[in-house]
Design a protein around this ligand. Structure first.
Ligand SMILES: NC(=O)c1ccc[n+]([C@@H]2O[C@H](COP(=O)([O-])OP(=O)(O)OC[C@H]3O[C@@H](n4cnc5c(N)ncnc54)[C@H](OP(=O)(O)O)[C@@H]3O)[C@@H](O)[C@H]2O)c1
Length: 315
């Protein structure tokens, strides 16, 4: 993955931290659900942890940048100073960190969580790719921790609304225990078989997403260069089956030029690179995705923390 991008920018929490938010009244979860440790309270993890706390779960959060976790106190969550502190006494751990190295660091680094809670269930929900998923599943097994690979489909809006889709894979005997947890985060959970399948499905979906975003940027740019009004082309596409809702949403963002991130270009680029790697490992080639990588890396030099719609600036 790209290593020479500028340092990340952080913004205020985009989610409601009010306990018992009107859209989602506080309720008691299943009595059998143990405390939940939640690591990574970023754009996705913050609202997800807030939804769990508001649903009545006992939630302990940790975030590398403590300021970014502090607003969750208002939802009833407890902020822990280290990953190990967050998991002590917890039965379920959710990780929602940027990538494999960050997740590995939280697991096995100083004050890592793996040594602190043998016997817990670790639900890995970040998009970390196939190799890191396999590696961390092996590390978990060696520590007596059950590993569930469960990335999510849906961006910041669905995360806030508890309307994600969970792509779950791993030991199905955990299905009943995790059902109320996933229900607080998502409108649907799909169980896909052994751990690794969730991540592979996520890479397939995000490969579709980055290709759609790229063709949307190219189409608007192509229209503009032919002297057409790109907005009129969007209207035209919308009036036909060609205009997929996601592409039309991104087209609107591209034309307004407001790149407030829902899904940061940095992370979309990471996922495109992970998809290309997974394809290569399986003996296939993602020609479209491979072709967009150089320009997306170029766009990320200035727009890493902006929405991926910012690829329009280089199309
Ligand atoms: N945004 C989306 O639309 C979307 C949708 C589905 C899945 N995802 C995936 O969900 C994951 C989180 O994405 P996000 O949008 O929430 O990103 P984000 O807002 O950038 O949050 C990233 C999180 O990872 C932490 N982190 C990064 N590097 C770290 C390190 N070296 N050590 C410890 N913690 C580290 C950050 O901590 P700090 O606050 O200290 O930086 C933050 O908690 C990613 O894998 C992403 O691909 C995103």
């Amino acid at each position: 993955m790209s290593t020479d991008l500028p340092a990340r920018r952080h913004t205020a929490p985009p989610y409601d931290t009010t306990p018992g938010h009107a859209d989602r009244p506080a309720r008691r979860p299943e009595p059998a659900t143990p405390p939940i440790a939640f690591l990574g309270t970023g754009r996705m993890g913050g609202p997800m942890a807030a939804n769990l706390a508001r649903a009545g779960f006992d939630v302990r959060v940790w975030n590398r940048t403590a300021d970014r976790a502090a607003p969750l106190i208002a939802t009833g969550a407890v902020v822990a100073p280290t990953p190990a502190d967050a998991v002590r006494g917890a039965g379920i751990l959710i990780t929602m960190l940027t990538d494999g190295p960050a997740t590995d660091q939280a697991a096995t680094g100083p004050d890592g969580f793996l040594a602190a809670a043998p016997g817990m269930v670790w639900v890995q929900m970040g998009t970390i790719g196939a190799d890191w998923t396999a590696r961390l599943a092996r590390t978990a097994a060696r520590s007596g921790v059950t590993f569930v690979d469960a990335p999510v489909s849906g961006s910041e809006g669905p995360a806030r609304a508890g309307q994600l889709v969970v792509l779950a894979s791993g030991p199905e005997r955990r299905r009943t225990q995790l059902a109320p947890v996933f229900a607080a985060l998502a409108k649907a959970t799909v169980w896909l078989g052994p751990a690794g399948n969730g991540t592979n499905a996520k890479l397939v979906l995000n490969n579709w997403l980055v290709d759609l975003a790229e063709t949307t940027a190219e189409t608007l740019s192509f229209a503009r260069r032919l002297g057409l009004d790109p907005g009129a082309i969007v209207d035209l596409l919308q009036s036909t089956p060609l205009g997929s809702p996601y592409a039309m949403q991104k087209a609107a963002t591209m034309l307004t030029g407001d790149f407030t991130p829902a899904f940061a270009l940095r992370d979309a680029l990471k996922d495109a690179e992970l998809a290309v790697q997974a394809a290569q490992a399986s003996g296939t080639e993602l020609a479209l995705t491979q072709a967009l990588l150089p320009r997306w890396r170029h766009a990320a030099e200035r727009h890493a923390d902006d929405d991926l719609a910012a690829v329009y600036t280089t199309a």
